[in-house]
Structure formats: C-alpha cells, structure tokens
Design a protein around this ligand. Structure first.
Ligand SMILES: Cc1cc2nc3c(=O)[nH]c(=O)nc-3n(C[C@H](O)[C@H](O)[C@H](O)COP(=O)(O)O)c2cc1C
Length: 332
C-alpha cells in the first residue's frame, strides 16, 4: 500500500509504532521496522543521551530498515537534557523523529538541517494546524480513546480524524484505538494516510515487557481503562488496577485540593514495576480502550501482515462489493 506516509518515511506499510515509555526499546522498534512499519525508540526511557546513542546503535544492529526516535517534551521541574538527546539522534543518523507533549518548534531547525522528518503527535485540530505552520512534516492525530495522554478536549477519532482531514495539508496518521485492518481502512476513509498504534503493539511476542502485561491486555475489555489526573489537567488513560482505583479515590476525596504529590505514589516510578517486574497493581500505566480489541499475542510480523491482508480484503472485496450489483459484500 502506498500513501504519503509510506513515501515520506520510506516504509512498506502505513503503520507506525508510537513511542512508549519502557516499551519502545530497540527490540520493539526493530521488530516493527523489520515487518515493514516504522518502529520508534522512546528517547526519554533511556534516561541519558549516552544511553540513547547506544540504543540507536543496538537497533541498527537489529534492522537495516528505517526507524525513528520519540522525543516527549514534558513540563518538568528538572527537564531532561533535550539538547543532548537531539544531538544523539542526529549523530546516530536517525532520520525520523516523533515529537509529543509540547510544541517542538525550538528543535525543528536542528532536526530539519539534518534531513530528519518530524511527525508531531497532537490531540486536537488546532495543535495539528500549529504543527503544520511551524514546519512539521506530518501529524499523528491522537483521539480521546488513545492510551496515554488524550489531552483535555475529549474528541474521539470518528470526529477528530475527518476534522483534521478538513484542515490539514500535510499528511497525518490516525492514532488511538487502532488495532487491525478495520482500523486502517476506517482511518484511510477519514482522511488519514496511515495509522499509529501503541497498546496493540505491547501484546506481541517481541514487545520487551513482562508476560503479565501482555496477558492483562488480552484479558481486558474496552471498559477497563480509566482517566487519571484529570483534576491536574494532565489526563492519562490507563488500565485499571488496585493502584489506579486507590488514586481515583484520592481524586474523589480531595477534589480541587489535589496536587501531584498526592498521586505520586500511584504514578511516579510505576513503569519499571509494571513492564519489567510484572507487578500489575502498582499504579497507572498508559493503555488504550483498544485493549477490548486485543485477543492474542502474535509476532509483530504476523500482526502487521494480518492487518495489511485484512485491509486489502476490506477495500477490494467488502467495500467494492457494496458498489457491485453482482457480488454480495463480505462481512467485516
Ligand atoms: C504504555 C504506553 C506508553 C506510552 N508512552 C508514550 C511516551 O512516552 N511518549 C509519547 O509520545 N506517547 C506515549 N504513548 C502513546 C503512544 O505513542 C500512542 O500515541 C498511543 O498509544 C495511541 O493509542 P493506542 O494505545 O490506542 O494505540 C504511550 C502509550 C502506551 C500504551
């Protein structure tokens, strides 16, 4: 399948693996890139630029296909050393960067001078237009159903994607709730030129996370995510567990008086406990409503091949069938 996204990133299939804290290691990114998508290493999980350089080198040993690095700009009292992370990306010869969290304008000149394509993740049309105006090459449009930070507008992809399609000139991918060939075809129908998946890629053989996490995703339904930190205007969609329910109880009890310190026990330092140690009740970890569509743990290649085969069948048979007078449409 050819779209402006496959052309821009030099990939076979219009499927991107979004940056994921404590999941987006070289093993994850390389598996996605080897399967024809765009794998992405999560920069900040590496902690230092030196470690990121090593992770980029490790990924290059595992794949000769294009891969990217995610740079998440967080509001932090002690911000990470972003200049050195950017330098590690440039020196590592990475040609694709996914930015998220905040306006990436400050970093664009350095990235663009080095021929790096930037896809910025946005949860609204106005932020997507801003990304286009400042010179980003593409946008990842993240709907309300997404795992992670959906923003505060609460617009799901059935509205957000066509709205982005009405306004944007640069290509965009659909992000949030994407799981299979149906997702891809629907995303294309709504104006996107590919899709970005987070949660779905965690339930794969190669995802370098504890088996408990993969099993939890297969067991979860679309009703099992919760929105935490809403009162702090830092909303995160997570899979529910005992720690998350404890946090939500604090939100209910403390109301407007809540501060980050109150919820820190259930959110700070939780990712290694979940993903490395498999302690599933530790607290909030990003997970999308798409958990309800995850029923197995395939290899990344099997997942991507299945998505593409299903998408092609849906377009060529089911959708084309609706236009044909002789052929009965194939069920979805
Ligand atoms: C466990 C996990 C960790 C994530 N960490 C990050 C991150 O560090 N930076 C970022 O930009 N997005 C992060 N995301 C968001 C994903 O890149 C992607 O936008 C999102 O998962 C898409 O929604 P989906 O989960 O429904 O596919 C994370 C998502 C998950 C599930």
């Amino acid at each position: 399948m050819k779209t402006r996204i496959t052309e821009m990133f030099g990939i076979e299939h219009p499927i991107i693996q979004g940056g994921m804290h404590y999941v987006g290691f070289a093993e994850m990114a390389a598996a996605v890139s080897n399967a024809g998508g765009l794998g992405i290493i999560t920069g900040l999980t590496q902690g230092t630029a030196e470690n990121l350089s090593k992770e980029i080198a490790r990924c290059r040993e595992m794949t000769d296909k294009p891969f990217g690095v995610n740079l998440t700009f967080l509001p932090a009292v002690n911000p990470p050393d972003y200049p050195s992370f950017v330098e590690a990306i440039i020196k590592g010869g990475v040609k694709h960067v996914e930015t998220a969290g905040n306006n990436p304008q400050k970093w664009l000149p350095a990235l663009k001078e080095n021929g790096i394509k930037v896809i910025h993740k946005c949860t609204s049309v106005r932020h997507s237009l801003k990304a286009e105006a400042i010179g980003c090459d593409a946008v990842s449009v993240d709907g309300f159903e997404c795992g992670g930070h959906p923003g505060e507008d609460d617009v799901p992809n059935f509205i957000l994607l066509p709205r982005a399609g009405e306004e944007l000139k640069i290509p965009f991918v659909a992000s949030g709730g994407m799981a299979d060939g149906r997702s891809l075809v629907a995303a294309l129908a709504m104006g996107a030129e590919g899709m970005n998946m987070g949660t779905r890629f965690i339930a794969t053989v190669e995802a370098p996370v504890h088996q408990n996490v993969k099993d939890a995703l297969v067991a979860a339904s679309e009703l099992d995510t919760r929105l935490i930190m809403r009162p702090l205007r830092n909303t995160e969609r997570v899979l529910t567990n005992a720690g998350v329910e404890r946090l939500l109880e604090k939100e209910r009890t403390l109301g407007d008086k809540i501060s980050f310190a109150d919820v820190a026990p259930e959110v700070a330092g939780v990712y290694p406990l979940i993903f490395r140690d498999g302690l599933m009740d530790s607290g909030g970890w990003s997970c999308g409503m798409v958990a309800g569509l995850i029923h197995d743990i395939p290899t990344v290649k099997d997942l991507i091949d299945r998505i593409m085969a299903e998408a092609e069948m849906l377009i060529a048979q089911r959708l084309a069938g609706f236009l044909s007078e002789t052929r009965a449409p194939v069920p979805a």
